[in-house]
Design a protein around this ligand. Structure first.
Ligand code: MLT
Length: 241
């Protein structure tokens, strides 16, 4: 079983994902939001790559059962019901709802990887659930870090390293690419105090400046949610287990 880490989605062609098992990570905050929304009873998340498409898709859907969510520059988009704070996606608001979600990096990465054979969503929140599932699949996989503006993001790479380390507890012979080895090393060096690491990351600092301190705390809650979001038929749903 082999693992590779794609440190950013830049320069990757959509077709390069065909037939692969992919795990998408955008700790701050898209994949944390998706995990929390589905765990709180949302029916499905429809990830989109542009705001225009989000609005277009929502126009063709029936009012009350669909919500538009997402952010631009960390803030809720005008006319959208929800931003991209995972804490906004409470059971009261999202239960049984289809959520059309646009975010600057995270949902774009999901859309880019849409031709994958298997596509899972991971964050610190559901890391051990994803690790357990990949262990049982016993297939080569790649981790796609959404990164920030097509470049490296510390928190996504550390989450990738932690996921690999978790799998290696039972798969000692897991074969690691150079980026996978680097991610594991980075997690060893900086992945002990997740809330501190997130607060010190570039994206974390931006979120703090914009008043999202509670999101940093929430996104650092390792293994607090036992759920695996899975992309199928253009929507993300909980994997039945
Ligand atoms: C993204 O997809 O770029 C992020 O989730 C942005 C954010 O809301 O912090």
């Amino acid at each position: 079983m082999k693992v590779n880490v794609l440190l950013t989605p830049s320069n990757l062609d959509e077709l390069s994902f065909s037939g692969k098992t992919i795990v998408i990570i955008d700790v701050l905050r898209a994949t944390s939001t998706i995990v929390n929304a589905l765990n709180n009873g949302a029916k499905e998340i429809i990830p989109v790559a542009t705001v225009e498409f989000a609005v277009k898709v929502s126009g063709g859907m029936f009012g009350g059962l669909t919500l538009l969510g997402g952010e631009r520059n960390t803030k809720k988009i005008e006319g959208f019901a929800l931003g991209n704070s995972p804490l906004e996606y409470s059971a009261k608001l999202v239960k049984n709802k289809s959520i059309i979600l646009y975010t600057t990096n995270g949902t774009k990465a999901v859309v880019k990887a849409k031709f994958s054979k298997n596509l899972y969503i991971c964050s610190f929140l559901n890391l051990s659930a994803v690790a357990e599932h990949l262990n049982s699949l016993n297939m080569d996989f790649e981790i796609l870090c959404a990164g920030r503006n097509n470049s490296f993001a510390l928190e996504d790479t550390i989450c990738a390293g932690k996921l690999i380390s978790e799998i290696m507890k039972s798969k000692k012979d897991l074969e690691l690419s150079d980026t996978a080895i680097s991610s594991v090393a980075l997690n060893k060096a900086l992945g002990k105090n997740l809330a501190k690491m997130l607060a010190e990351s570039e994206h974390g600092k931006l979120l703090l400046e914009n008043g999202f301190e509670d999101d940093i705390k929430f996104c650092s809650k390792l293994n607090s949610i036992n759920a695996i979001p899975y992309f199928t038929g253009n929507v993300v749903k909980l994997l039945a287990r």
